[in-house]
Ligand binder design. Structure first.
Ligand SMILES: [Zn+2]
Length: 204
């Protein structure tokens, strides 16, 4: 089937949302559109590889926070200070250009009698990173998800990230990065806690 025949079929009502073959046709079309020959040897399997990669980049849509944060631990011997997980690295994609966002997330929470396994916080970060994102929304979503599911005294989240849509196109600012913060619970009122959080995050 030629590329145009495939695209005609797509517009006759195939469900592109579910059909890998349809998406591969779009990738082939895109390669052609940028001036490439999609049939040359190096590009022949590119649509298949891109579909596979996109499934990985955007695997976060099939996950829900309650699956990840299903288990908490009560036996913390009265521990009630902040728990900080720093430098959780992530790669996401901006929803405006589908360009990579690369950075780190720092998460602190103050338990209210219960804690969560430490690996669960990076998994929550990964869940949100593997969706199309705005850095601002990712910051508030991580904080609010932990607040809603763990019911701690408060949560603080900082993201420091580089956006490839700033680096590689438009204003082409290769050195700039973006920092965002969001607080919930006790963190929203207590400026000393905020200051300690920021200092701990920025400590190398
Ligand atoms: Zn962008």
């Amino acid at each position: 089937m030629s590329l145009s025949e495939k695209l005609i079929k797509i517009h006759q009502g195939l469900d592109a949302h579910r059909d890998d073959e349809v998406v591969k046709s779009y990738i082939e079309y895109l390669l052609n559109w940028i001036g490439e020959d999609p049939h040359r040897e190096g590009l022949r399997d590119t649509p298949t590889r891109v579909v596979k990669a996109f499934k990985e980049y955007f695997g976060g849509y099939g996950l829900s926070p309650s699956d990840i944060l299903d288990k908490t631990f009560e036996d913390v011997s009265g521990y009630s200070s902040p728990i900080l997980v720093r430098n959780i690295d992530f790669v996401s994609h901006c929803e405006h250009h589908l360009a990579p966002i690369v950075g780190v997330v720092h998460v602190s929470y103050i338990p209210n009698g219960r804690v969560v396994g430490l690996s669960k916080i990076p998994r929550i970060v990964d869940m949100f990173a593997h969706r199309l994102q705005l850095q601002e929304r990712m910051t508030t979503d991580i904080a609010q998800t932990l607040q809603d599911n763990l019911n701690p005294e408060g949560v603080a989240v900082m993201i420091e990230a580089t956006h490839f849509c700033l680096k590689a196109r438009g204003v082409k600012k290769s050195q700039s990065d973006i920092q965002t913060m969001h607080y919930t619970g006790i963190y929203t009122q207590d400026h000393d806690l905020q200051k300690d959080f920021i200092q701990s995050c920025l400590k190398s």
